[in-house]
Design a protein around this ligand. Structure first.
Ligand SMILES: Cc1cc2nc3c(=O)[nH]c(=O)nc-3n(C[C@H](O)[C@H](O)[C@H](O)COP(=O)(O)OP(=O)(O)OC[C@H]3O[C@@H](n4cnc5c(N)ncnc54)[C@H](O)[C@@H]3O)c2cc1C
Length: 476
């Protein structure tokens, strides 16, 4: 875009949104130009802050007219660089954060309609104030937005019982790449009327259009919840404990998280105020949560019965059951601070793999051997949602030496070991974080030609000029 064209484009944008809602000074752009991990540094043409769906549509129309690519951004907490523009200075960053109204909440339908920029925690709070539950929960929930969690089809800690973001969404409102508005804000649980467009936009990471609002499913709140930590010696013991807990607790088992002792030691180092209720005497620790519809006493007795049996069988080495809400929150804080502790510890290679639960223990053990052989001194920080067959199989640079050099030299080798091992188990290189710009090569490597060609056909049909978040997910 030539300088005069750029001025005309920005003037037209200011006329649409008001001068204060179009940012183009370097200092104002900075917070939008780098991703949460600090890995990607872009240079947006400008940042546009529309206030409602109509303004989003007008911005997208203007971009279509001028051939300007659009990068949507919500809370900017994504972990694959999906919301960061490239360094060309040619892409408009479209922030959805002013679309932050909860439009409707119907207890009768069990549906809440939220705009894309609503922060996830605010949606959870609105549901709770109505005596209901919006179960999607992840450590970034204080900043992540509804548009972002749907666009990445986020998972989090309650997938085991309630499913991922896709499963919680009944309908969407979307601005298409042509700037038209599709109102698909359905409150229906059943609607088999042709291709499911909603499912196309969920997980599309902004490459097919802009989500401006969503109708979300609400659930009844459990009467009681109980949380526990259990120490296990082997990953297989954790998998066996999962089966045992499922058999005994059924749908009451709402979370089952695995954490390596090394992950928890990182948390202790960087967040010493978070107290560990157990001495870490085994390589693995499991966090379980039970939701119960009867009473606190009932919940306590059920969880203690399962864990007591596992202790007697020798499957579990030690157990701590939270006796209060504060203790339960303390256990969850340990789990949620692992990514933060990793960030404090320094550069690391993140993997977000899924494998069938039955093959998880074999995957964990054989991959650890391969990684430590290939990268001596590398530290494994393994944790995640074992109940969903999803682990963050992260590799921290050795304590000694330059972490940046380690990453530059070994990231590719490390990715190959971990992702090949997941693929060999019938798994995926991205369970819940998406593809963004970090994993576009992996998509080309691990998806079959037939899948890639269908994905490209969908992208071309909806976004023929390639203006929606170019360079993310699938390349032309
Ligand atoms: C500490 C931490 C813990 C996390 N834990 C989990 C976890 O347990 N499970 C999990 O699944 N994820 C987790 N994540 C990553 C998670 O994907 C994001 O936190 C969240 O889903 C993204 O929301 P956001 O609003 O920040 O989106 P952004 O980061 O702003 O955007 C993410 C992607 O969606 C696109 N996008 C954003 N808004 C829209 C929109 N309205 N329309 C179209 N496209 C849009 C962007 O272009 C980008 O491609 C974690 C992240 C952090 C930092």
């Amino acid at each position: 875009m030539s300088p005069p064209e750029r001025i005309r484009f920005l003037d037209a944008m200011r006329a649409l949104l008001g001068a204060s809602q179009v940012l183009d000074h370097a200092a104002d752009l900075a917070p939008y130009a780098t991703d949460w991990r600090g890995r990607y540094h872009g240079k947006p043409l400008a940042v546009a802050l529309p206030a409602d769906t109509a303004q989003v549509a007008e911005v997208v129309q203007l971009c279509a007219t001028h051939g300007v690519p659009v990068v949507p951004q919500g809370g900017n907490t994504g972990l694959v660089g999906g919301a960061t523009p490239d360094a060309s200075g040619a892409q408009l960053l479209l922030s959805l954060k002013r679309l932050n109204r909860i439009r409707d909440l119907s207890a009768a339908d069990g549906v809440l309609v939220a705009e894309a920029g609503c922060v996830l925690q605010n949606v959870q709070d609105a549901a709770q104030q109505a005596g209901l539950l919006f179960p999607l929960s992840l450590a970034a929930e204080g900043s992540a937005t509804i548009g972002g969690v749907l666009s990445t089809n986020a998972g989090g800690t309650a997938v085991l019982r309630y499913g991922n973001a896709r499963a919680l969404c009944l309908g969407l409102e979307v601005v298409t790449p042509q700037g038209e508005v599709w109102n698909g804000l359905s409150a229906l649980r059943k609607d088999n009327t042709g291709y499911d467009l909603r499912d196309l936009f969920i997980g599309a990471e902004g490459t097919l259009g802009i989500i401006t609002a969503a109708s979300l499913q609400l659930f009844t709140q459990p009467l009681a919840q109980r949380t526990a930590l259990a120490l296990v010696a082997h990953a297989q013991d954790a998998v066996d404990l999962l089966q045992q807990a499922r058999a005994a607790l059924g749908a009451g088992l709402t979370a089952f998280e695995l954490m390596s002792t090394h992950s928890l030691q990182l948390v202790q180092r960087h967040f010493p105020r978070l107290r560990l209720p157990l001495e870490l005497s085994t390589p693995w620790c499991v966090l379980l949560e039970l939701s119960d519809s009867e009473s606190e006493t009932h919940a306590q007795a059920r969880l203690e019965a399962v864990l007591g049996a596992a202790l007697e069988q020798g499957r579990v080495a030690d157990v701590a059951v939270a006796q209060s809400l504060a203790q339960a929150q303390g256990m969850w804080a340990l789990r949620e601070h692992i990514p933060l502790a990793q960030a404090q510890e320094g550069l690391n290679i993140k993997h977000d793999i899924a494998v069938p639960i039955s093959r998880m223990a074999a995957f964990v053990e054989s991959t650890a051997e391969l990684v430590t052989q290939a990268l001596p001194g590398a530290r494994l920080v393994v944790f995640g949602h074992l109940g969903d067959g999803n682990l963050h199989y992260n590799v921290q640079a050795p304590i000694e030496g330059d972490a940046a050099v380690f990453l530059a030299r070994h990231q590719e080798t490390c990715n190959r070991i971990v992702h090949d091992a997941a693929a060999a188990c019938g798994g995926s290189f991205s369970a819940e974080h998406g593809v963004g710009q970090l994993k576009t090569e992996e998509l080309l490597r691990y998806k079959s030609p037939v899948v890639l060609s269908m994905m490209r056909a969908i992208k071309t049909a909806l976004d023929p000029h390639g203006l929606m978040n170019p360079g993310k997910v699938i390349r032309p």
